[in-house]
Design a protein around this ligand. Structure first.
Ligand code: DAH
Length: 341
């Protein structure tokens, strides 16, 4: 049997080892009882000390007291450490607790802008249309008078999917055929949503951006109705009663005639960097829905006519908020997003 002194040294080492291995409150309590409890090892050593020689008592007494102190101090410290350590911390972490000065969330600029655009069209009697982002060749091209061998397909750098005939929609015009087939006439609706193009990304191009498509079909609809709606929309959006538009011919296979609508620059009266000193900004392509498209939807083009337009919502949002780099809208930079709280 080893001497009392040897036993004290052995217990000290054991304590240190076992304390290090403790990683929760229950283990700590068990260890405390094992060493410091009424029937614990330290008590046992004190009992042995009672029957020792005076010389041994003088040597071992202080050692044993030191071990007892070490155990008590170690228990206290470990308790504090456990309470602060992350594993225990998570269990009591209150995610709803209020801390002054915490980061405030905000709506994304797209959300602000899309809501505003939708509200203006809703106030003019348009309804909201929707369609999928993963589309068929038919809705993206064929139904819009762009058959398989049509050169106009080259205007759209398309992400084709592995499933034959499936793609990521290149424009929101895809909702035209869906709405015309599903809804009753007269019909007036807009669709805001994401579109995808296989393009190199730079400050003004992204592979994913937003468009807004609009259609209105009834008897006796003319280009004048299209121009009136667009002008009203732009006036509401830019808060101006006098903002005007100008039109030029444009070509899109799904409209005849097709037009490009420019708006007067809302930011200057004499020319600025946004309008490149021209006073006009290109915004809206559109036109009268092609008779082939109406026929495809089962609508008689000799009775009904309609207009369609499709504008770059992303581009208009950038103009409206003075955003110079399109990538700011998708890179999640907090400094930028904070502007929209
Ligand atoms: N979908 C066309 C594009 O993304 C834009 C467009 C042009 C939509 C003319 C229309 C339209 O509805 O009539 O390039």
């Amino acid at each position: 049997m080893s001497t009392l002194q040897e036993q004290i040294v052995a217990q000290t080492l054991l304590w240190q080892q076992e304390l290090t291995a403790v990683n929760n409150h229950q283990q700590l309590e068990e260890l405390r009882i094992k060493f410091l409890g009424k029937k614990g090892s330290i008590q046992g050593l004190f009992e042995q000390l009672g029957s020792c020689s005076l010389e041994e008592k003088r040597m071992c007494g202080p050692l044993l007291n030191a071990l007892k102190n070490e155990c008590e101090k170690g228990t206290k410290e470990k308790k504090i450490h456990l309470a602060a350590s992350t594993s225990e911390h998570h269990a009591t972490f209150d995610v709803t607790a209020y801390t002054p000065g915490q980061l405030e969330g905000s709506l994304h600029p797209y959300t602000h802008f899309i809501t505003e655009v939708q509200n203006i069209f809703l106030s003019m009697g348009f309804e909201l249309l929707d369609g999928p982002e993963v589309e068929t060749d038919y809705h993206n091209f064929t139904a819009l008078n762009i058959p398989a061998d049509h050169p106009a397909r080259d205007m759209y750098d398309t992400f084709w999917l592995n499933s034959p005939g499936m793609l990521m929609r290149t424009h929101t015009s895809t909702v035209q055929m869906r709405a015309m087939k599903e809804k009753k006439l007269p019909l007036a609706g807009i669709c805001t949503g994401r579109v995808f193009r296989h393009e190199a990304v730079d400050a003004s191009h992204d592979h994913t951006f937003f468009q807004c498509e609009g259609i209105l079909i009834d008897k006796n609809v003319t280009l004048a109705n299209l121009f009136g709606v667009i002008e009203e929309f732009l006036r509401a959006l830019f808060g101006s009663d006098t903002l005007t538009i100008r039109t030029r011919p444009g070509f899109f296979p799904f409209v005849e005639p097709g037009v490009e609508i420019d708006m007067q620059c809302p930011f200057c009266t004499t020319g600025c960097s946004t309008c490149k000193k021209t006073r006009w900004i290109e915004v809206f392509p559109g036109g009268m829905i092609h008779p082939n498209v109406l026929k495809e939807a089962g609508i008689d083009p000799t009775v009904y006519s309609g207009f369609a337009f499709g504008f770059g919502l992303t581009r208009l949002a950038m103009l409206r908020y003075g955003i110079k780099d399109i990538r700011m809208l998708s890179n999640g930079k907090v400094q930028f997003l904070k502007r929209f709280t």
